[in-house]
Design a protein around this ligand. Structure first.
Ligand SMILES: C[S@@+](CC[C@H](N)C(=O)[O-])C[C@H]1O[C@@H](n2cnc3c(N)ncnc32)[C@H](O)[C@@H]1O
Length: 478
């Protein structure tokens, strides 16, 4: 029997040509790993289910309108994708969220459309949302409203994975292992097919992490390939082959990563030592005298985040990024090279607001606390990339906002691209040569003009120049 609803909920289920944003985020965060079972609760027409099946996910879908033949079965990961928005009755909305939570063994992934889509949804006020002319209902959530709502209903601490995507974990170990994966970028292993490549992967890992791994930390195939070697042989291999200078550098980086992890964890609620992911426990043992010492140092780091002079000093000292009178701007490829306090700053913002999937430059304010993620999709190709969108969180009020420039006739654009990157970025020299040529041609003489497309075009004409790729040439008379 079809359910009777006060709105046409079935019409909200669209056909999807590509995997939804929340499912892609969950894949990137390893919440849909092949070993897990997955339920797409409220799966609509089931396109995500089919796409994930093709990626070898053990997934089933259930929907009260489209797939209600059998009862929904509990699963390790439950997806509740854009379902809460369309439920017009707040009590039923809450009940649906609770049902999905009960079906999840490890994690519930809730996504909802956000208030920034307001202009796309027209309709009359109804319940706590809008009823469209097709009689479909939409309650658009604020980014922090969604997170608070899921936390309140499930009674658990959540991770904001992306704007409008929230993870609620059944236990702290799963939450912390997800956080560790998002924070510590060095955890990946090189691919291994035979003993020789497994040894290379092991040495690479030791150099990057600064300590030898335990067997339990190795990917399954590496552990298998190295299983015939005795522990003493492995130790000797590491001692003889790993570059000591790299191991020391790796140790320093891991110490800072551990402090960063513990500080973010405190921002999000810190648990006992035993709740830390196993690898982080080993890092704490290897690089600190005790968990207490590690926590104290990371608490001090978190406190420093409140200190304007300290943060400003870190921005001044940062090897990467462009510092302006209001903020530091850093390219996505370079954020892990910022001083730890600034990485912490950006991570805290991402925990509170969810970092968007598409972004190119992070903007960290130094007066007040606020982070924006700016999307310049053509950063690599265009010598002066145009801004497509910006997502901002004010860390004092936790208010988020989104700006789209997709329909703007005069978009903001970037100059001096090399300044956003690390000096050893392969593209930096080419970008720097262009900046020098532009400076020499007088194109930066009127800074107030060049921040947007029209002003920049006018300055190019005034200086008799035009761009060919990343080369500045004399303008051809038309
Ligand atoms: C916007 S669609 C989303 C479909 C799918 N998750 C996707 O993202 O493509 C909302 C879906 O929620 C389903 N739905 C409505 N009320 C529900 C409830 N109480 N429990 C589970 N699903 C529900 C509808 O049948 C509809 O297919």
């Amino acid at each position: 029997m079809q359910p009777t609803w006060n709105s046409e909920r079935r019409l909200t289920a669209i056909a999807r040509a590509v995997l939804s944003v929340p499912a892609r985020q969950a894949l990137a965060d390893r919440q849909l790993a092949p070993g897990r079972t997955v339920l797409d609760y409220g799966c609509g027409r089931g396109d995500d289910v089919r796409s994930l099946e093709r990626l070898d996910c053990r997934i089933t879908g259930w929907d009260p309108y489209y797939r209600s033949e059998s009862k929904p079965q509990s699963a390790d990961t439950v997806l509740l994708t854009y379902v809460l928005n369309v439920i017009e009755d707040p009590a039923e909305r809450r009940h649906t969220l609770l049902q999905a939570w009960e079906l999840a063994n490890t994690v519930l992934i809730v996504s909802a459309r956000l208030t920034w889509e307001k202009s796309k949804v027209q309709g009359e006020a109804f319940s706590d949302g809008l009823l469209t002319s097709r009689q479909t209902f939409q309650h658009l959530f604020g980014a922090s409203e969604l997170r608070n709502y899921v936390e309140e209903v499930t009674g658990t601490r959540c991770v904001s994975a992306a704007p409008g995507v929230v993870y609620a974990f059944k236990d702290d170990a799963a939450r912390l292992s997800c956080l560790a994966h998002r924070i510590v970028p060095d955890a990946e292993w090189l691919a291994s097919e035979d003993t020789a490549s497994a040894i290379t992967a092991l040495i690479d890992h030791v150099e990057r992490r600064g300590r030898p791994p335990r067997v339990e930390e190795m990917p399954h195939n590496v552990a298998e390939l190295l299983a015939h070697l005795k522990p003493g042989e492995l130790r000797r291999l590491v001692r003889d082959s790993a570059d000591p200078a790299k191991v020391i550098e790796g140790g320093k980086r891991t110490t800072l990563n551990t402090l960063l992890f513990l500080a973010v964890e405190l921002f999000n609620g810190r648990g006992p030592f035993s709740s830390l992911p196993f690898s982080v426990q080993l890092d704490v043992r290897a690089f600190f005298s005790s968990y207490k010492e590690a926590c104290q140092r990371s608490d001090r780091l978190l406190l420093k985040l409140r200190d304007d002079t300290y943060v400003r000093g870190a921005m001044n000292a940062s090897d990467v990024g462009k510092l302006t009178p209001t903020a530091l701007y850093v390219h996505r490829r370079a954020v892990d090279d910022m001083p730890t306090i600034l990485r912490l700053y950006e991570h805290c913002a991402s925990i509170a607001a969810g970092r968007p999937q598409e972004w190119t430059i992070a903007k960290l304010k130094h007066q007040g606390r606020g982070v924006s993620w700016l999307d310049y999709p053509d950063f690599d190709k265009n010598p002066h990339p145009r801004l497509l969108s910006s997502y901002h969180i004010d860390l004092q009020t936790l208010e988020t906002s989104h700006m789209s420039y997709a329909n703007s006739a005069n978009r903001p654009l970037l100059h001096r691209k090399h300044e956003f990157l690390t000096q050893d970025d392969p593209d930096a020299p080419r970008y720097q040569r262009l900046t020098e040529a532009e400076l020499k041609a007088g194109l930066y003489a009127h800074p107030h003009m060049i921040g947007t497309e029209n002003g920049w075009e006018a300055e190019l004409i005034r200086c008799g120049r035009e761009l060919r790729g990343h080369r500045l040439v004399r303008r051809m008379e038309s």
